[in-house]
Structures are given as C-alpha cells and as structure tokens.
Write a protein that binds this ligand. Structure first.
Ligand code: ASP
Length: 367
C-alpha cells in the first residue's frame, strides 16, 4: 500500500531524505509517483530498458500498434505544463497515444482557475477528479512532490509524473538518457566502465542532476563533470556520487577530455534561472562541441543533448553517426510509454504478448 502522509505536515514531509520518502511514492515496492531518480534502482532500469525495446518492436506492425492502443483507453492523463516544453510534452502525449490513453492539457496558467486565486492543492485535486495520471512540469522545485503529498492525503491518489521540476530533477529524461546510453553501448561492451562527460551548466541543469544518479548503477563508470567554475555541479549530487563510490572528476576544461570520452552529454546555459542582475551569457564557447572536434572523438563515442540546444552543439555534427540526440528524443516517447505501462501494471500484458509473438515466430523473447 502507498503509505499515507496524513501524520506528517508538509514541512515535516519535505525534510525527509529521498530514501525515507520512497514508501510514500512507491506502492508494493513499485513506482507509483515518479518524482526523482533516487526512486529507481538497477532492476527497474533493466526492466524499463527491455519493456521500451518490446513496445518499440510491437508498435512496428499495425496489429501490434492496435494491441497497445487497446490497453488503456479507459485511462486519461492531464498534461500540466507550467514551463515551456516541446519534446517532453510531445513525447508524453505520443506515449499516451501509443497506449490508447486520452490526454488533456493545461499549458498556460492564465487560463487556469489559479488566476482566480485557487490554490495549487485545489488545482491538483481537481485534476485528480477527472484523470488517472498527472504529468506535470513546474518552475518551482518541490511542486511535484507537493502534488503527490496532497493526493496521498485525498480519496483519489493518482500517479504524479514529474516532467521537470525547476532546477532540481527531470527523472523521465534520465530514464530515456540511460536507455539511450545502454543502447549505444550494446555492441561495445555495455555501459559499465565507460567514461561519460557531462558538460555545460551543471549547476542548474536538471537533466544532468537526475542522470548522474542513474549512472551510479553501472559499476566502473567514470564521470567527467565539465563546466565553468560558476556553474559546477552542486554539492548534493557530489555527495551522492561519493556515497555511491562513483569515480568522478570535476573539471573546468572541456576539449582536453574529449579523446577519453565514450559519451558526451552536452547541455545549454539554463539562463531562465538567472536571478537579479546576475545575467549569464547565452552560451559558453569553451564548453561547445564543434565539427572540428569530431576527429579526436572515439569511433563509438555517443554524442547526446537533452535539447533544445544553442551554440554548444554544432549542427554540422548532426549527420555524424555518433550523434544520438535525435534518437534520444524519439527514445523518450517509447521509454515514457514503458514507464506508464509499468506504473499501471499493463507491462505484464505487453511482455506476455511479446513472448507469444516470439513463440509463434520461433525466436527468443530476449531483446
Ligand atoms: N529540455 C530539458 C529540460 O527541460 C533541457 C533544457 O531545457 O535545457 O530540462
């Protein structure tokens, strides 16, 4: 059972560690609300990896696509996006379409009753009256957690999926990123032991914060955290890496690390989080990957970016076979469909359907 939070006030709940919060977000040991990447473990990632591949394969035939669309037509999802989004919004929406889930959205606070003074809690409870999932992006860190806290104490605790919470976390992006990394090294000895550069605005980039935590599940993986001094990875992530014994280097250089990298994860300057008069530059030229760097990269190096990009990733790289960012954005759709089917338990039906197909075709269900 999903533990209720009734005996805790919101400040008390907020003060719990990610580990202590787990029983409030997971049900029967399984993800219910998907709020931050500390909720995941290696077993979950391996399962989602397989499930994503299976959904991708089943969708290729009309019969398979119709099977998937027939799974959840009685489910409805609210896409509540209070910050700009192209990929996350579209990939969640198409993931819903893959599974037959109907969607509605609120993307503009000015057309929500919040302008009439309705509280955030009442807005969330209202969504829960009509929908089976709330997929939310909010500029304020902690709001997705607050929504989960609020619904745990209501008569309709439906799953909250965090689609980006301020500077803090982007757990479903981390799922698709780790999926892309595992897939990229499938024929290159696996992700274990690989060297990954995370570059750019590491302080305010929620994607790199969430992804770093998942990298800790892959023994021997080395992280190079490459950023200007002012935007270096924050202490909470560094202590997490230390605690999990992840080999990491903090560096304020970029190009010199390129020949060592098996994967390079670029990020843009997150200047929407600038405060007061301290305006950051639009891009950091010394932390840019350009076509002239391609000859020094390893042959199998995976070049990634959560997008949108600015000048930190040269478009002249787009057609290089090592550029994985377009696949990465497409992987987001399959991986998010996998996550939603897992939360609702429909993943079992999908795996059985796949096993039957493989039996009929006389090949192994391993994927
Ligand atoms: N799309 C990603 C995010 O929402 C990366 C970015 O905006 O730079 O965090």
């Amino acid at each position: 059972m999903l533990s209720e939070t009734k005996n805790l006030t919101w400040p008390e709940f907020q003060a719990l560690s990610p580990e202590e919060k787990k029983p409030y977000f997971n049900e029967n040991g399984k993800i219910f609300h998907c709020l931050h990447s500390q909720q995941f473990d290696r077993e979950f990632i391996d399962h989602i990896y397989k499930l994503t591949n299976v959904i991708r394969s089943i969708s290729k035939s009309k019969k398979g696509a119709l099977f998937l669309q027939g799974l959840m037509p009685h489910y409805k999802a609210m896409l509540y996006f209070m910050q700009p989004s192209t990929r996350t919004y579209l990939s969640f929406r198409t993931a819903c379409q893959i599974l037959g889930i109907q969607t509605s959205d609120v993307r503009d606070a000015s057309i929500s009753s919040e302008v009439k003074g309705e509280t955030f809690e009442d807005t969330i409870r209202t969504f829960s009256s009509y929908f089976n999932f709330i997929i939310m992006r909010h500029p304020k860190e902690g709001y997705a957690e607050q929504a989960a806290y609020c619904l745990n104490n209501s008569e309709r605790p439906i799953p909250i999926l965090n689609a980006g919470s301020g500077k803090d976390q982007h757990p479903t992006q981390a799922i698709l990123d780790i999926y892309t990394l595992i897939r990229s090294f499938e024929h290159h000895g696996g992700l274990e032991g690989k060297t990954i550069i995370l570059a750019g605005d590491l302080l305010r980039g929620r994607t790199v914060r969430s992804l770093s935590k998942l990298i800790s599940f892959f023994p021997g993986t080395k992280l190079i955290l490459s950023s200007p001094e002012k935007f270096k990875m924050s202490e909470d992530v560094i202590s997490f890496l230390k605690e999990k014994k992840v080999h990491y280097t903090v560096s304020h250089e970029f190009v010199k690390h390129l020949p060592d990298a098996d994967a390079i994860y670029m990020t843009r300057v997150q200047d929407e989080h600038d405060t007061g008069n301290d305006k950051s530059e639009k891009s950091f030229p010394e932390f840019s990957l350009r076509a002239e760097h391609l000859p020094i990269l390893k042959e199998h190096c995976a070049i990634m970016h959560p997008l949108p990009r600015r000048e930190e990733l040269d478009s002249a790289i787009d057609n290089d076979p090592r550029a994985k960012y377009w696949r990465q954005e497409r992987n987001g759709m399959w991986a998010r469909a996998a996550l939603m089917s897992h939360i609702t338990g429909y993943d079992q039906k999908i795996m059985c359907y796949w096993a039957d197909i493989c039996k009929q075709a006389n090949h192994t269900a391993d994927i």
